[in-house]
Design a protein. Structure first.
Length: 303
């Protein structure tokens, strides 16, 4: 694809996303933007700023903090919120934290349910938000491909695939009844490569973990896991070693595997990405049961 064609595609995707964000703000009473700190939510945040420029983003930004995110992610979040003057709401499952729930004490799936899903549902309920804007994309994995740009949630934030409404361009059924809420996915139709092309074109800053650098890692089932702090239990005889790694997706560091490629710029990253046949979520250990696992989590209220 030529550079001019790429820019036309990005312009169309940007226009669609900005329309969805403005429609969200106009059609619902209490929107909130979910900010995971990753590349997709970085793009989403930038699009929201563009949608309402020169005014501020007219809704809060929420981050679900499990206590196990990479340290660089939290530093980037706080610096971004201060620089942009965001109304940032950080939500943590305090009961889970007090009970010292971790990926090691409860396993990846139960930990995710307690520290992410339960925290998200509580944060949305406490804020009285009737729609949450997220950076999910249809190309991420099979259950995401079933989502609408405006995705209905039943009582308890449950996702029911068979109850999703027909989707027509620029015609949104925004009616909510009986405890229903909505999710809005403005970048649903973007690909991972589109996201990086847009980041490059717009000159957006992202968490440095996306770029290759020497980092202390241990290898678990052949996958490099970064030793981000002293809470990661080491196996007998295991010693962290410095290896050049980067991350295609970011989350809780014990559950996020890296890749050993050499990309240090957005341009190098896109070249390596174009040659890869692996999903970006291949390193997400919370996806261990495949699409059925993701569907189950979403039916419980996971984003």
């Amino acid at each position: 694809m030529s550079v001019a064609a790429e820019l036309r595609v990005l312009a169309d995707l940007e226009a669609e996303a900005i329309w969805a964000i403005r429609e969200t703000a106009a059609a619902f009473h209490r929107p909130v933007l979910l900010y995971s700190i990753g590349k997709d939510s970085t793009v989403l945040l930038h699009l929201a700023r563009k949608a309402f420029h020169p005014g501020p983003i007219p809704f809060p930004v929420m981050h679900i903090d499990t206590g196990w995110k990479f340290g660089e992610m939290i530093a980037f979040r706080d610096a971004t919120a201060e620089r942009l003057g965001l109304d940032l709401r950080v939500v943590t499952n305090e009961e889970g934290r007090e009970a010292q729930v971790s990926p090691f004490s409860h396993g990846a799936q139960e930990y995710t349910r307690i520290m992410k899903t339960v925290a998200l549902r509580a944060g949305l309920d406490e804020g009285g938000f009737d729609i949450a804007i997220g950076g999910a994309r249809r190309d991420e994995e099979k259950s995401r491909a079933k989502e609408r740009v405006f995705s209905l949630r039943e009582v308890g934030h449950r996702w029911e695939p068979r109850k999703q409404r027909p989707e027509f361009w620029r015609t949104v059924n925004s009616a909510l009844v009986g405890g229903q809420t909505m999710r809005s996915f403005p970048i649903s139709n973007w690909t991972e490569l589109d996201v990086w092309r847009y980041i490059g074109a717009e000159g957006l800053d992202v968490v440095p973990l996306y770029f290759s650098a020497e980092r202390p890692v241990v290898f678990r089932d052949g996958v490099p896991v970064m030793v981000d702090d002293d809470r990661l239990p080491l196996e007998p005889g295991e010693e962290p070693q410095l290896v050049r790694v980067r991350f295609r997706t970011l989350g809780c560091y014990p559950l996020t595997g890296g890749v050993t490629d050499e990309a240090t710029t957005v341009e190098e990253l896109m070249t390596e990405l174009a040659a890869s046949n692996l999903s970006e979520r291949a390193g997400r250990m919370i996806d261990g049961d495949g699409s059925a696992s993701m569907e189950r989590k979403k039916q419980e209220g996971y984003f």
